[in-house]
Design a protein around this ligand. Structure first.
Ligand code: HEC
Length: 421
């Protein structure tokens, strides 16, 4: 009770000015001048803050003018003069009508807001050296208000390393590692089975777990396990080129390669099985191997829209037939498949997006496509609901397994869960 009263008194007393504690000045903004953080900060700002502080940050929302104190003018010198740490502290702790956002927004999101608020400062002429330095004691990091003009920044077309089934050109913070779960339920059609099998969730499901382990900023390894085929796979991705904000590099380019081994029970072939050319066939361990190599080219076209085209080469050591010799007349499949997946990503809002993938290729019986609705995506995790015509997850299997025909066999629901630790 006493504390509460003391708090009230302190609050009332301090109403005229609001100063963050000196320790706050020592906090260092990890997202300083980061263009992605500016963008993210802007989105959060427009959603949560603009109603009071105004779209431009000037605090000139008419309905708010009778408040005391009024929402601050974030473009003002009084605010811009404060250290990043002080603004971070105020956004976290709040006061009066200004809510405490520390439980509502992650640290990263609050720093993104601070980074964005910096861009609201009226543009100063030229040299930041002329600017007045914060007077508060303890401010350790000098704060140039505006970054030097014309400095190119990296642009990332996709927020995650996997869109739905396709790999993307995205790379993540090398101090973290990624964990993915991709889950596909059974096929459902629009008939009574839709409810009987509860949208396919009752049916057999395929799932792949994978870890992504970075090695520097441009390289990561990936190790995965997929249920169908009891496949283990080992992959690696390398960033060749990153798109930049000044378009001196208009696209991002990445290379990816992966080898998968099927560890399921060996298939049973009749003893007189032959290859299509008649040579006797015997199942060997290397027939279990499947390879995938890709070159991905992506571009972020606007704040909301990104696209990627990929050239992909799949090789399998064993292609059907060989069948038991009765398989005469079978059309032999090739050991290799060329594919040209196209992936599109459209942000609907701060935390949601739509993705679409279509994967034309040279296999006669597959044309994989997938749609996903992304919910609750933030800097380090994403959840997607997917709808597709394939229950395979590894590209090696996606392009070598006939896709479901939507009208006859139905489509499959699924989900992707990606997270960085
Ligand atoms: C309900 C209206 C309201 C909303 C929403 C709101 N604020 Fe505020 N904000 C205020 C008011 C009022 C103050 C002044 C508080 C005081 O001085 O006691 C303030 C003060 C601040 C300050 C301190 C400025 C100074 O004078 O030192 C910052 C920074 C700030 N807000 C940022 C934000 C951010 C970022 C958001 C969104 C996450 C936000 N505010 C959302 C009303 C709001």
């Amino acid at each position: 009770m006493f504390l509460w009263l003391a708090g009230m008194w302190a609050t009332l007393h301090a109403q005229s000015g609001w100063t963050a504690p000196p320790e706050a000045d020592r906090l260092v903004n990890p997202l300083k001048n980061d263009p992605q953080a500016v963008e993210k900060g802007r989105e959060i700002y427009m959603r949560l803050c603009a109603s009071c502080h105004g779209k431009t940050g000037k605090g000139d929302v008419p309905a708010m003018q009778s408040l005391n104190p009024k929402p601050s003018d974030l473009t003002s010198d009084a605010v811009q003069r404060q250290s990043d740490g002080a603004l971070f502290w105020k956004i976290s702790e709040g006061r009066g009508l200004m809510a405490a956002y520390k439980n509502m927004l992650s640290e990263e999101e609050r720093w993104a807001l601070v980074t964005y608020i910096r861009t609201l400062a009226p543009q100063k002429e030229e040299s930041p050296a002329k600017e007045e330095k914060p007077k508060e004691t303890g401010a350790v990091t000098p704060e140039p208000a505006a970054e030097p003009a014309g400095k190119a920044k990296p642009v990332d077309a996709f927020p995650f390393t996997v869109l739905i089934n396709a790999k993307t050109t995205h790379f993540f913070n090398p101090n973290t590692f990624g964990f993915n779960i991709q889950h596909r339920f059974g096929p459902v059609k629009f008939d009574e089975g839709l409810w009987r099998n509860f949208l396919g969730l009752d049916l057999a499901a395929n799932v792949r777990f994978a870890f992504e382990i970075p090695w520097g900023e441009r390289f990561y390894f990936e190790i995965g396990r997929t249920r169908y085929g009891k496949m283990y796979d080992l992959g690696a991705k390398y960033l060749v080129m990153q798109q930049t904000s000044d378009d001196s590099k208009p696209v991002s380019i990445a290379l990816y390669t992966d080898v998968a081994v099927n560890t399921d029970q060996a298939p049973v072939y009749s003893p007189d099985a032959t290859f299509i050319d008649g040579t006797p066939f015997e199942f060997k361990w290397y027939h279990r191997l499947y390879y995938d190599t890709q070159i991905m080219i992506s571009r972020k076209f606007s704040r909301k829209f990104s696209a990627q085209v990929t050239g992909e080469f799949i090789w399998r050591n064993l292609a059907p037939p060989p069948m038991p010799t009765s398989g005469k007349g079978e059309i032999p499949e090739k050991n290799y498949i060329l594919a040209f997946p196209v992936a599109l990503h459209y942000k609907l809002g701060y935390m949601s997006a739509l993705s679409l993938e279509v994967m034309p290729n040279t296999h006669p019986k597959t044309l994989p496509f997938a749609l996903a609705y992304e919910i609750a995506s933030s800097g380090n995790h994403v959840f997607q609901i997917t709808l597709s015509n394939t229950d395979r997850i590894l590209p090696q299997m996606i392009f070598t397994t006939p896709t479901y025909r939507p009208a006859k066999e139905g489509l499959l629901l699924g989900f992707n869960l990606l997270r960085y630790f």
